[in-house]
Structure formats: C-alpha cells, structure tokens
Write a protein that binds this ligand. Structure first.
Ligand SMILES: [Zn+2]
Ligand SMILES: [Zn+2]
Length: 398
C-alpha cells in the first residue's frame, strides 16, 4: 500500500507543472455552462494524446466529454467526474493568467477540476496493467446552472461507460478549507436545490386610489413575510431547510399600482420528505395570502438536483488513501452545506463519494470565497487532489 501510494504521488508530482499550465490555460478561457466548446476541445485533445484512453466521446450533454481507461483485468466500472464550466463574473484577481473573456471567470475552481481529472487519466492510463475494471471519465458541463449532469443523463451517458457503473468519485477544490486538508463527509453533504417563482396578479390602478385597485405589491410583501413561517414554524427544527426570496420585481412609476408582482427564490433541503412538505406549505401560504387580498397567484417550483448523499464505504476509501497523502489529522470531517451540486444525480444512481480538497492560503491572499471576483486557489492543491483522486480510483479498482 505504502509503495503504491508513494509511486502515485511521485508520478503526480511529475505532472504538477503540466496541471498548473493546463489550469491556467483554462482559466484564461472561461466558458459558461453549455458553451464549453474550447474547453471540451482541449479535454478531448489531451485525452487523445494519452495511450490507454479509449472511446472518447464529445458532445455528451451538449458540451460534455467522456472516455474510458480499461484495466488489465475484468472488474467494476468506476465513474470519475469533473465539472468544467465557468461563471458570469468579471474577474478582479489581477493574476497573470486572469480571464481574457470579459464577463466570464473560473471563480469556482472548475478549471482546476478539469486539470486534475486529466492528470488522473494520465496516472490511471500508465497504471492500467495494475487494475481491474474500467475508469469512466466524465467531464461534465454546466454545473453552475445545475443542468449539466441531467443533460448528460438525457444523452445516455450511462451507456457510454462500457458496462454497468458500480460507483462514482468526484471532488471540489475548497477555499473554505486550508491547503493540505481533505474534507470528507458521509451521508447528506450538499443540499437539494429548488427554484421558485411566485406571480401575484392584482388589479392595476392609480396610486391615489388603492381602493379601486388590488395592490399586488402589498400582497407580495405579505407573502414574503408569511413564507418565513415555512422554515421557522413548519419544518421540524432538527431538519435543515432554507427558503430565501432573492428577487422582487414589480411596478414602473411612483404613482401607478401595478398589475403584477414577481418573487423569485430558492429552497434548500436534505431530505425528500422535507422538500415535499416545504412545497406544500408554500402553496398553501401563497394561495392563502393572495386569496385574503383578492389577488390571484401562481407558484412554480422548478426542482433542481437532489441532495448530494455520500456512501459511507466510499468515504472510508477516500479517507484511507488521503491519510498518507496529507497526514491522518489533515483528513477532516467536512461540514454539510446548503449549497448544491448536480453530481447528486450521479450519486443518486450509484454509491459514491464527493469530497473536498482544501485550497485556501490566506498568507498569499488565496482565500476569497468561491464565486467572488477575486477567487483564486493555491495551486499546490492540484497535486494533492490528483494524488488522492487517482489513489482512490486505483484502490477501488484493485
Ligand atoms: Zn460554483
Ligand atoms: Zn463549483
């Protein structure tokens, strides 16, 4: 075990420079969800150059890429996932490798994830005589808009794996954790994400004559406040849930009562039952408030991905291989988050572990939050991540 771990680490070390170069190249050319054309072309070209990587498919889920690495013996199929998309943010890092595309930025670290999985592919391809089964590489588009995994599933990604997929692994660089740590959590980890829209239709009129109108703004205000009951008064206190109204739109002038008001927001939860109960409470409250004021209502809830739920045995495997890489005490229990990640759709189908690799270094100013215009990460995390990812895959397939 020890010799095997050291050899992977030293192999990844030789790829460290290349990973940084790849990451920076991608960082300069960020592409938003489903527009990852240059990114996908780079991934496919790099995969084609690796001996032992087969069945490279482009255009899976519009801009996703998949490939296989077959071991020397028969065995299970392990899905390895990286997300590849950027965000609509204007970069403010001032880094020499900053985005050259105005209004787009790799502000979540997916440039790193892409470079990491390409290096893992190199390691696994070089070691394919030593494992059984198949590593199924999945470069997923459009994670930030939470629709890329579903697009790949709709496109039959499960049938490109060369056999039934038995398990899945994925990782996220994390500026919430210090460089040199690996965060693992079994069970519910990232929340289910739903988006809701409330439309309240009243009766427009003159601001001077509210008696002749049905004011949708007052109804919207009451609706916003009443919706606060859902989490505080209706969801069991021991079960996490969030309901946030994040957009309010209505009106055109100081003296016109508008016809409609629109609220947009998000609901986050971990359990299917809570998710369903919240939706029912919302409908009752929105309908009740609208009825009380004589307005009409429409509540639409768009279901996003479910919660990311990690498998205990797969988490143990990741902890076991991470310990010699970063040290036992640097393998930490990650906190659950109300953020979402559509890797959930893969982990819903097979047992897996989605884990975090610490990437913040405040001493170098590399600790801005994900999705911040100054987000950047400590690139040493790339080597740690690729080593743990490759070792976890080799361990599973051995
Ligand atoms: Zn993100
Ligand atoms: Zn992300």
């Amino acid at each position: 075990m020890t010799a095997h771990v050291q050899s992977t680490a030293s192999l990844v070390d030789t790829l460290g420079e290349e990973m940084i170069e790849t990451r920076r190249r991608l960082h300069r050319l960020p592409e938003l969800g489903f527009q990852e054309v240059d990114t996908a072309a780079l991934i496919a070209a790099r995969l084609r150059a690796i001996e032992g990587v087969d069945e490279i498919h482009e255009g899976v889920g519009r801009t996703g890429v998949t490939a296989l690495i077959r071991g020397a013996r028969p065995g299970p199929v392990l899905l390895l996932r990286a997300d590849i998309d950027a965000l609509p943010i204007r970069e403010a890092t001032g880094a020499p490798y900053a985005s050259t595309r105005d209004g787009a930025m790799h502000a979540c670290g997916h440039d790193g994830h892409t470079a990491i999985l390409l290096s893992v592919a190199r390691v696994l391809a070089a070691r394919r005589d030593r494992f059984g089964g198949t590593a199924f590489l999945v470069f997923q588009p459009a994670e930030e808009i939470l629709t890329g995994a579903q697009a790949m599933l709709n496109d039959g990604v499960w049938d490109l794996a060369g056999g039934p997929i038995a398990a899945a692994l994925g990782l996220h660089l994390s500026n919430w954790l210090p460089l040199g740590t690996v965060g693992v959590r079994s069970g519910p980890f990232f929340a289910a994400v739903d988006r809701f829209t409330v439309t309240i239709t009243g009766k427009g009129g003159h601001g001077a004559h509210p008696d002749q109108a049905i004011d949708p703004i007052v109804t919207a205000a009451e609706t916003i406040l009443s919706l606060q009951r859902v989490v505080s008064r209706e969801v069991p206190p021991v079960k996490p849930a969030v309901l946030s109204v994040c957009q309010v739109q209505s009106g055109t002038a100081f003296n016109i009562i508008p016809e409609e008001a629109h609220l947009v927001g998000t609901v986050r939860s971990f359990e299917a039952e809570v998710r369903r109960d919240v939706a029912e409470s919302m409908e009752r409250i929105v309908a009740g408030v609208a009825a009380a004021s004589g307005a009409r209502h429409r509540l639409e809830i768009e279901a996003g991905p479910p919660a990311v739920v990690n498998d205990a045995a797969m988490c143990d495997l990741v902890r076991r291989v991470a310990a010699p890489v970063v040290g036992q005490d640097q393998v930490i229990e990650a906190e659950p988050t109300m953020g979402g990640d559509d890797v959930a759709l893969f982990l819903q189908r097979v047992p897996g572990c989605y884990f975090l690799v610490g990437s913040s270094d405040p001493s170098r100013g590399l600790d801005a939050a994900h999705h911040h215009p100054r987000f950047d990460f400590a690139e040493e995390a790339l080597t740690t991540a690729a080593t743990v990812f490759a070792d976890a895959a080799l361990s599973y397939l051995s």
